[in-house]
Design a binder for this molecule. Structure first.
Ligand code: SAH
Length: 347
């Protein structure tokens, strides 16, 4: 399966080229053709020696990341189902800015880091699927390239809030983000790159030591251990006390403010007790709280909470010195919003 060039990580592509006895700059040229220029075949790569192109075509076939399905939301958000070399499908969302104050339009890409997800969060559509496989760094950059090409405008921001848990595929994710940050075809500022995790401690610790200023978002959803265990069962071994400790260290090391994501579920995590536990968790921690209205997931018993609750929570958090905002869920009419990504075609 991993013979396809795009299923290899960028670092593995480099190893293949070196193993053919070619100099390192050839791998840079190859990667440039694949990811910056979006070449559809090895024949186009005219600055590579013909022998190298032939061998690559033979041993590592080049396939196009194709748009299997595209849905356009009333708000301009586009959700794509992308087909990968081995037939796996993955979802990616392009979210254009609504206002163009300065005349420049922003485009955010919500990309996937895995095919499916192993975390099984009870309110998330991707969690119902289980994990099929990790995506390679190449496949992650491909998602950004395909969306950039389809919109015809430069991608300004990326967030790892598609399918998958990025910190269970840490090396490939960082490799992809580094490429998006450094390659001039993308040149996305590190501060415009957000990593969202369900709170894998080892990943937060590693990110604290990376030189780039990527933004960290942690999906908290409850500051009560028992409740969090029930809605995020695979996070049991990443306890809240240690999570807070890891966040405090992240802030100390990076000087950056992480976001805490909190999806509000009626009758589950939206009581006054839940609010007080959240406030308690935030005390002493530099953070921003992002409340997310629950999006509809088929066959799910969970319902969104009343709109008044968000306002009350934002006010209460503010009174305790915590900046909180309500996420405007884009693309929910096309199931392109948080927690709605599921490979329906695959099932
Ligand atoms: N695994 C990563 C990234 C993927 S999900 C993480 O957990 O952060 C991106 C965000 O959408 C997470 O905060 C996730 O908890 C949230 N989410 C999942 N299902 C949702 C739903 N049905 N409605 C609203 N947000 C949801």
């Amino acid at each position: 399966m991993d013979k396809y060039i795009k299923i290899l990580n960028l670092s593995e592509i480099e190893e293949v080229v070196l193993s053919y006895g070619q100099p390192k700059f050839r791998s840079k040229q190859l990667i440039e053709w694949l990811l910056a220029k979006g070449a559809a075949s090895y024949d186009e790569m005219t600055n590579l020696p013909a022998t190298l192109r032939e061998r690559l075509a033979d041993e590592h076939p080049l396939t196009e990341t194709h748009i299997v399905e595209k849905q356009v939301s009333r708000d301009g958000t586009r959700k794509y189902v992308l087909g990968l070399a081995d037939g796996c499908l993955v979802e990616t969302v392009g979210i254009p800015s609504l206002t163009t104050k300065s005349g420049t339009q922003h485009l955010t890409v919500c990309f996937s880091t895995q095919v499916g997800c192993a975390m099984a969060c009870s309110f998330c559509a991707t969690g119902q699927e289980g994990l099929t496989r990790n995506l390679s760094s190449t496949e992650m950059v491909e998602q950004i390239r395909v969306v950039q090409k389809d919109f015809g405008i430069r991608v300004s921001n990326v967030v790892s809030m598609g399918q998958g848990e990025p910190f269970q595929n840490y090396d490939a994710v960082i490799e992809a983000l580094r490429f998006l940050n450094a390659n001039k075809a993308f040149g996305i500022g590190a501060r415009h790159i957000t990593l969202s995790t369900c709170g894998i401690l080892a990943g937060i610790e590693r990110l604290s030591n990376e030189p780039e200023q990527f933004t960290l978002a942690v999906s908290l959803h409850s500051a009560n251990q028992e409740l969090r265990n029930s809605i995020m069962p695979r996070c049991k071994n990443q306890p809240l006390g240690k999570l807070k400790q890891a966040l405090l260290e992240y802030v100390t090391k990076t000087g950056r403010r992480p976001s805490l994501e909190y999806t509000m579920i009626a009758g589950t995590n939206d009581s006054d007790k839940d609010l007080h536990e959240l406030i308690e968790f935030t005390q002493g921690l530099l953070c921003h709280v992002n409340l997310i209205p629950l999006n509809n997931v088929p066959d799910s018993p969970f319902k969104p909470c009343k709109p008044e609750t968000y306002k009350r929570w934002i006010r209460a958090l503010g009174m305790h010195g915590v900046e909180a905002t309500l996420r405007n869920s884009r693309g929910s009419d096309i199931d392109g919003a948080c927690g709605q990504l599921k490979n329906t075609l695959a099932k």
